[in-house]
Each structure stands twice: as structure tokens, then as C-alpha cells.
Design a protein around this ligand. Structure first.
Ligand code: IMP
Length: 458
């Protein structure tokens, strides 16, 4: 699906036709759009989903769990969402948590209470009966595994994954193991719920080194079920019915392509299919239905947790980007690792997701650097050079970046509302990105607020 383009807005960079289009017609084509992260998560998908929600009837989360962190600023107010689709912030939108998500009821209920206390209407939230539930023992197991890996560091080449410790991996593992998994629908079936939890506790005891308290857990899960019951329902037909009725559906990806369990930097990845392919299994919607895929990318790179990141920076440049970009995890508060842009990784992400347009986020953060570097190839451990991504943690760790250097821009750009208002080097940087990734840029974000978005084209 990826197209090619030579310059922004279909004309020379900064042509008047490339001005903002907010409120001047739909920003996406067709009725099934995906918003997918092209890096290691935290690309700013929440802001884009929030922006696009206004022209969509349904927003669907199809992967991940409370490990994700979407931070959205509306009228100066910051909302941090982990499980609830960012579309909930748009009035009248149906927000679906589909079967591919691992549902942490404790986190969800807390999020719901916070949103409600701030006056957000959450009545549009629907949870798939088939979504798997993250139980307290999943979080304990996640932590126990990470601690074991950490304690073995030095003797073993394996290091901790640096998970969010939200129980994501163990919950997906139990889904595949099947025998003792708990799904949202089980929260409403007391007998089955007790049996499943009791079974799971038998399996978990050796891993945790303790006997989990079955009765306490059944009581907690039953209480979750009582509160969530009105929201738990079948969602696969629901989404198809909406599509058939001509409604516009937005699929909101969580985490990022390079954290995909199959296509990311394994084993330093999350437990789900984070790309557009995850929509098929995670929402029951075939890939052929997608009419566009918006690839969301930062103007630089960030990563949280362990694993290779070829363009990683340290020292003053990293510090400046981290502080200007508020690069601290929405979920864990951890400082994010920061690096120059990596178009090798972006080209790969565009390819496997079928990205039809790019959304470049946080461009404003890069103001003030004399020179910007972009990685266009890797030199590998065996001395060869490649412009293809290496989807393996160990091999990518031996890659060093080949950079193209570009002039930076010194002035702040947060007030720009069109491409022509951007400094020339900033436009040249954007041009370079779309040329190298081979996909046109549709959106440029130059600050956290909804208004700080330049809509390039549809
Ligand atoms: P898990 O998803 O908690 O198992 O963590 C696995 C890896 O994915 C760790 O490196 C996490 O830091 C990373 N990760 C998971 N979700 C996100 C996200 O939404 N943004 C950034 N990193 C994430």
C-alpha cells in the first residue's frame, strides 16, 4: 500500500496547497483506518487518535494492555490513558476494547473513575467478552521473571526485558496455554471463574514460590465482573455491523512495530502483534477491510526498557531531547532512551504495516540543534552494510548507524499552523523522511495540543 512521493503536499515544500485542513473535510479516506506506531511505542498515537476520533464513529483497541500509555492534551488538560481507547475523549464515539487486548480490570476501573471524575462521558465503552484478563498473579509472575533475569545478569547473555511489569507477557502466555486462562466473559460465570482461578493458582505456585490466595482472588474478580458487566459483550459482529452500516472505524494500535512479538527486536518486545496485522486476530476484522494505515513516528527515536537501539544518544543531546520531549514513560515514569531518527527501521515498519501516510510527531522538540542526524543504513558486526532492518535483538545489538547529516533549525515552531510557516531546514528534514521512507507525510505535530497539528493532505 505504501506510495512514493518526492515533496511535501504533492508540491514543493511549503507550497500554499500544503496548509492546514482541520475542519475542511475528512482527514482520512475510506471507512477503516488504522493508526499504528512505527518505532518502539510512545510515538504520539494518542494525540492522532484523539484528533481523528472526531470523524470516526468507532475506535477499536486490538492489542496490548495497560502497558501502553497514551497521553492526550485537550484545552491544556493532560489525559493519560492506558487501556481505554483514546477515542473515548471524543463525544459520542463507540470505544471498543477488542478480544486481542489483555484486560487489566483494576487499571481499567481506575481509569474509568478518573475520566468520570473529570467529566468525560464513558458510556460508549464496550469490552470484548473474549478479551483475556490480567490477574494479579500475572503481574507477580512478570516481576518474578524479570527479577530472575536481572539476578543472572553478568553470567548470562540474557538480560531482563525491562517490561512494564503489568503482567502482559504472562497473560498472553496463559492465553496460548489455554487451560487456566480467564476471559472477560468468565468474570460473569461464578463457577467457571472459581475453577479457572483455582487451576491457574496451581500452575503459578511453583513460579511464584508461594500459594496464591484463591478465595481472595475470586472475590476480587467477582467484584470486577459486577462493575464491568454492563460493558462486556460480543465485539466482532459489533465492529462488522458498524462497518456494514457505513460507519467509520478507527483501529488504535498500542505499543509500536519494533516491539511486535513476531516482527520486533525479539526477545526485547511485548507480547502482542502491535502492527496492522494484529487487527485481524485482535478484532476479527480481515486485513482487506483496511482503507488506510497511518504510521505514527516521532521526529527522533525513543525506547523504554532493554534491547538494541542503534541510534541511541547519551550526554547533552539526549538530555535536551528528553527534557523538551517530556520523554518519561506514561505508564512507569521511566526516563526513555533517546536517539536520532532511524529511517531503516521506519522503512521496515512502513513495509510490514502497509502504511499509506506518515504522521510525524514532536518535530518541535528538535528546535535548537545546529545539525540533525538521520540513520540511513547499518554497519553490521560482520563488516557488511545494509539498509534493511534486523529483527533480532542480539544481531541488531552489533549494528552501528550510518548517518546523513542535515542542517537543523534554531527557532521554536510550536505556533506554526502550516508547512510554509516552518523554517526551511525543518521542511527539508520532513522531505528527507518521506523520500527515504517512501510514504507521504499526512500530519506533522509541533506541540501537544490538538491545534498544534499541521494536516498536510488526505
Ligand atoms: P511489556 O509489554 O510490559 O511486556 O514490556 C516489554 C517491552 O515493551 C519493554 O521494553 C517495555 O518497556 C516495552 N513497552 C511495552 N509497552 C510499551 C509502550 O506502550 N511504549 C513503550 N514501550 C513499551
Amino acid at each position: 500500500m505504501a506510495g512514493t512521493t518526492s515533496s511535501l503536499g504533492g508540491g514543493p515544500a511549503g507550497s500554499p496547497s500544503a496548509g492546514p485542513r482541520i475542519g475542511a473535510g475528512p482527514m482520512t479516506k475510506g471507512n477503516a483506518t488504522s493508526v499504528v506506531g512505527m518505532q518502539w511505542g510512545d510515538e504520539g498515537k494518542g494525540k492522532l487518535v484523539d484528533l481523528l476520533s472526531a470523524e470516526h464513529d468507532v475506535v477499536v483497541r486490538y492489542n496490548g494492555g495497560a502497558n501502553a500509555g497514551h497521553s492526550v492534551v485537550i484545552d491544556g488538560q493532560r489525559y493519560a490513558l492506558h487501556l481505554i481507547p483514546a477515542g473515548i475523549l471524543s463525544k459520542g464515539t463507540l470505544a471498543v476494547i477488542a478480544n486481542g487486548v489483555v484486560l487489566d480490570p483494576e487499571a481499567l476501573l481506575k481509569e474509568l473513575d478518573t475520566l468520570r471524575s473529570r467529566g468525560v462521558d464513558t458510556s460508549g465503552l464496550v469490552i470484548s467478552a473474549n478479551a483475556h484478563v490480567v490477574m494479579p498473579y500475572h503481574k507477580d509472575e512478570d516481576a518474578a521473571r524479570e527479577d530472575t533475569l536481572r539476578s543472572g545478569a553478568g553470567e548470562s547473555p540474557l538480560t531482563e526485558i525491562g517490561t512494564t511489569r503489568r503482567g502482559i507477557g504472562p497473560a498472553y502466555a496463559d492465553k496460548v496455554q489455554r487451560a487456566a486462562a480467564v476471559r472477560a466473559r468468565d468474570l460473569l460465570r461464578p463457577e467457571l471463574l472459581r475453577a479457572r482461578i483455582a487451576q491457574a493458582c496451581r500452575f503459578k505456585a511453583p513460579v511464584l514460590g508461594k500459594e496464591p490466595d484463591v478465595e481472595a482472588m475470586v472475590a476480587t474478580a467477582t467484584a470486577w465482573g459486577q462493575r464491568l458487566a454492563p460493558m462486556i459483550r460480543e465485539t466482532t459482529y459489533l465492529i462488522h455491523d458498524q462497518l456494514r452500516a457505513g460507519k467509520r472505524v478507527l483501529f488504535e494500535g498500542a505499543n509500536g512495530t519494533l516491539l511486535d512479538v513476531d516482527h520486533g527486536t525479539f526477545p526485547y518486545v511485548t507480547g502482542s502483534s502491535t502492527g496492522t496485522a494484529g487487527i485481524a486476530t485482535g478484532a476479527g476484522v480481515p486485513p482487506t477491510i483496511l482503507t488506510s494505515a497511518i504510521g505514527v513516528m516521532k521526529a527522533y527515536s525513543t525506547r523504554v526498557g532493554s534491547g538494541p537501539m542503534p541510534t541511541e544518544l547519551s550526554g547533552g543531546i539526549a538530555h535536551r531531547i528528553r527534557e523538551r520531549g517530556r520523554e518519561y514513560g506514561t505508564t512507569t515514569g521511566r526516563p526513555r532512551r533517546v536517539g536520532w531518527l532511524d529511517v531503516v527501521a521506519l522503512r521496515y515498519a512502513a513495509m510490514i504495516n502497509g502504511v499509506t501516510s506518515l504522521s510525524v510527531m514532536l518535530l518541535d522538540v528538535l528546535a535548537g540543534f545546529e545539525t540533525l542526524k538521520v540513520c540511513t543504513a547499518y554497519r553490521l558486526g560482520d563488516g557488511t552494510t545494509t539498509d534493511r532492518f534486523v529483527a533480532d535483538g542480539a544481531e541488531l545489538a552489533g549494528a552501528t548507524p550510518s548517518y546523513t547529516e542535515m542542517p537543523g533549525f534554531m527557532e521554536e515552531i510550536g505556533a506554526a499552523r502550516s508547512l510554509p510557516a516552518l523554517p526551511k531546514p525543518a521542511r527539508a528534514y520532513l522531505d528527507f523522511i518521506q523520500e527515504k521512507v517512501g510514504v507521504p507525510i499526512g500530519f506533522v505535530s509541533i506541540g501537544p495540543d490538538r491545534e498544534q497539528t499541521i494536516i498536510v493532505g488526505t
